[in-house]
Design a binder for this molecule. Structure first.
Ligand SMILES: Nc1ncnc2c1ncn2[C@@H]1O[C@H](COP(=O)(O)OP(=O)(O)O)[C@@H](O)[C@H]1O
Ligand SMILES: [Mg+2]
Length: 379
């Protein structure tokens, strides 16, 4: 006997950004209907789904939105968790589960989770305000992070020495030892309701020195088999401890002596998994859908080595977005351009990304550099 599959099914996504947009693009393959909530009427999802404008942190808005969906998921963490808990009480499925979102929303809770579960992470102190940071001179060099609502490097402040202390956040957060890492890697892991788990091969992230957000990504990461295996096991351990259903991206530091420290995690599709659309047998978006719909998880094997370049708004430009160098970039073989439908650009705004595949690591890097220096988003 066949089944209707998802024709009469409505998946609600909290957040209408590029991650939601790509999730919808993949979900259409399976006839899934999407409903999306976002405060911005022009959010990247607005024209491709049943789109509702509303505040994601408002209890009643999220409750009402959830009640009109068959299953609720997220594409960003900053949502009203109490409303999600109430939806679960009313019998709705919410994946990732509210308890996971609640913990991830606050870097302080995240750090305590790692500590309680013997997962190695950078040494840290919890701080309530600027005064408490300033009192920790002996702990420098360190990184001060906002507990809540930091993203894309916006809640992270490097404090190398005493003269930087004035930049400390005057809000609850953490003070973390500066890690002199060799590489930053990410492992994306999925788990379905049946408890099946599957990881993607680790990727290497190269960060923009000022903006603190991913500038490049390479898959696979150039790490030893031992490190790769350990990173894989850490990601699996975390998702199992959390009994989480869905997709979880785990960002890690590989130190110069080859130790792995978990930096942070995100329980949703992630910037470090964009390349999987073209470069792996199953994409992170299909995998997220498989996980939350309790379908068999897909094979995540690498088809081809790849690089991903985030297209960030050029510094010095704010306004209606203009794309420069698109045609030159598209002339190269193995180049996939993804634009997010954002009307307005501003410095470092994520406007799109490009995935580049190539069998040869050297020409891959060359092509990635070419794309980065050619494709510019101005106003
Ligand atoms: N303890 C640390 N030591 C060195 N670099 C760090 C540390 N913590 C964060 N960073 C750098 O800052 C980036 C952003 O920090 P992260 O905690 O991941 O914040 P966000 O939520 O903005 O992604 C990291 O990817 C890393 O490059
Ligand atoms: Mg991060």
């Amino acid at each position: 006997m066949g089944q209707k599959f998802y024709q009469d099914f409505k998946l609600g996504i909290l957040g209408g950004g590029q991650l939601g947009r790509m999730l919808i693009q993949s979900g259409m393959d399976w006839n899934i209907n999407f409903s999306v909530l976002d405060p911005d009427p022009n959010a990247p999802c607005h024209s491709i789904c049943e789109f509702k404008t509303g505040i994601l942190t408002d209890y009643n808005t999220v409750l009402e939105f959830g009640q009109s969906s068959d299953l609720i998921t997220i594409e960003l963490e900053n949502v009203n968790v109490n409303a999600l808990k109430e939806l679960v009480r009313q019998g709705k499925k919410v994946f990732p589960q509210p308890h996971v979102i609640e913990m991830v929303q606050d870097k302080r809770l995240q750090k305590n989770f790692y500590k309680d579960n013997n997962i190695l992470t950078a040494e840290f102190l919890l701080v309530e305000n600027k005064r408490e940071v300033v009192a920790q001179k002996a702990f420098l060099p360190a990184v001060n992070k906002l507990g809540r609502e930091g993203y894309d490097g916006r809640g992270v402040q490097l404090l190398r020495s005493e003269k930087d202390l004035d930049r400390a956040f005057d809000a609850p957060g953490i003070l973390e030892k500066l890690v002199n890492f060799e590489k930053e890697i990410s492992v994306i892991v999925a788990r379905n309701e049946a408890g099946e788990t599957q990881t993607f091969p680790a990727v290497e992230m190269v960060f923009h020195p000022e903006a603190n957000l991913v500038e490049y990504l390479f898959s696979p990461a150039a790490i030893s088999e031992t490190v790769a295996k350990e990173a894989d096991q850490i990601a699996r351990k975390i998702i199992k401890e959390l009994k989480m259903v869905g997709l979880l991206a785990v960002e890690m530091f590989v130190t110069k002596d080859q130790k792995i420290l978990v930096n942070e995690m995100a329980p949703r599709p992630h910037n470090s998994g964009h390349h999987t659309l073209e470069a792996n047998l199953t994409s992170q978006y299909h995998q997220h859908l498989r996980a939350i719909l309790n379908l068999p998880l897909g094979d995540t094997s690498i088809v081809q080595a790849s690089a991903m370049v985030n297209l960030l708004g050029e510094e010095g430009f704010s306004g209606q977005a203009k794309y420069n160098g698109l045609e030159e970039a598209l002339k190269l073989p193995g180049v996939y351009v993804h634009l997010y439908g954002k009307k307005f650009t501003k410095p470092f705004r994520k406007m799109g990304h490009v995935t580049i595949v190539d069998e040869n690591m050297e020409s891959l890097k060359k092509k990635a550099n070419f794309v980065k220096s050619t494709l510019k988003i101005t106003a």
